[in-house]
Write a new protein. Structure first.
Length: 365
């Protein structure tokens, strides 16, 4: 039943992607311009917001981040995770790619570009900060929009849900040590208390609320009501993201106006990493002869970044005006056009894979 909930919710739109989601990169660019303008012409605004913090966590940004993350956590169905054991190969690809490959290749690629290839273009202190932002993106897999990418590739929605749920569980335990380890290699001091607090604020609490909401609403009002409730958050989530970007870029204005080229320089390794991880997961799925309905979402989950979490943790650890936060926001900027390109690649290579339909007891295909 719960698998069907998510499937019906995801498949409810004919296009699979809303107007705001389709042109997300455009809205991001507009928010960048608006935020920079506020920082330049109304500096009182970021000065006021900078005082609204608790333990280095920006309260306004934390609220907006919850608007982005909570709807994703509503989709997590732990009952489906148990049933997924009958189809372990897709999960193995997802877990290994996201947690044993992706964070470390992200660090390596970011280090190569920011400290070697772009050495003459980026000051050392900023390069270290950009690496930190890239690490946060690499260690936080799979945004809520992966359900959209899965739909556009005709992926199995229930199995996609299971993969996302398992990643969210792993984040609880793996995100903090991986981030601390990689930042430590780069000589960046990690305030463990703040990092752990960030995981509690932006993973544990929204996940717990999502589970509680799902159980309560389905029990009291039924599946159809729950579907309608979840669908109401789509545009709210995008609005939360865009308002967060306005706030962040009101702090980043001076950095960007001084070094506009840095946006492009940050984007280069992030895009390369996204394509590389997609082809690792997608190619692995092909070697294992998985169905395309599993292989395509698996590749998308590997390529996609949980940028909402990355932005939130970066703001908590390094501040709104840091280079690390700028790097995570560039990850938001490139996410949609890159992922749409990968969707096209997956659809054009459908003939590489088995056409069999995935069947899981209790999970509709």
């Amino acid at each position: 039943m719960t698998g069907k909930i998510i499937k019906e919710n995801i498949m409810s739109k004919k296009t699979g992607i809303s107007f705001f989601e389709k042109y997300l990169s455009l809205w991001v660019i507009l928010c960048i311009a608006f935020g920079i303008s506020i920082g330049k012409y109304l500096p009182e605004v970021p000065n006021f917001l900078s005082r609204m913090e608790y333990e280095h966590v920006s309260i306004p940004v934390a609220f907006l981040i919850w608007l982005m993350i909570y709807p994703m956590m509503l989709k997590v169905d732990f009952s489906s995770v148990i049933k997924s054991i009958k189809q372990p190969k897709g999960l193995a690809v997802t877990i290994v790619t996201n947690w044993l490959i992706k964070p470390f290749t992200m660090y390596a690629i970011a280090y190569l570009f920011f400290t070697v290839i772009f050495k003459s273009l980026i000051p050392l202190d900023l390069s270290q900060s950009y690496i930190a932002g890239a690490v946060l993106l690499g260690a936080a897999p799979c945004t809520a929009m992966v359900f959209v990418w899965s739909h556009l590739t005709k992926g199995n929605p229930s199995y996609t849900l299971v993969q996302v749920a398992i990643n969210d569980i792993i984040i609880l335990f793996a995100f903090t040590p991986i981030v601390a380890f990689l930042l430590g290699i780069n000589g960046i001091a990690v305030p463990y208390a703040t990092l752990i607090l960030s995981v509690i604020l932006f993973v544990v609490i929204p996940l717990s609320l999502g589970i509680l909401t799902r159980i309560t609403l389905v029990k009291r009002h039924g599946v159809e009501y729950y579907n309608r409730f979840v669908s109401k958050f789509s545009n709210i989530t995008i609005a939360g993201l865009l308002l967060t970007l306005v706030i962040i870029f009101s702090f980043q204005g001076n950095v960007i106006l001084t070094n506009p080229l840095h946006i492009l320089l940050i984007a280069v390794p992030l895009v390369i990493q996204t394509f590389m991880i997609f082809f690792i997961a997608y190619g692995w799925a092909r070697l294992w002869k998985l169905n395309h309905s599993i292989a395509a979402p698996t590749g998308m989950i590997g390529a996609s970044n949980f940028f909402e979490l990355a932005v939130a943790v970066s703001v908590s650890l390094f501040g709104l005006s840091s280079g690390a936060t700028l790097a995570t926001v560039v990850g938001v900027l490139v996410e949609v056009p890159v992922m749409l390109t990968l969707v096209k690649i997956a659809n054009n290579t459908r003939h590489w894979f088995s056409r069999e339909v995935l069947e899981m007891d209790g999970i509709d295909s």
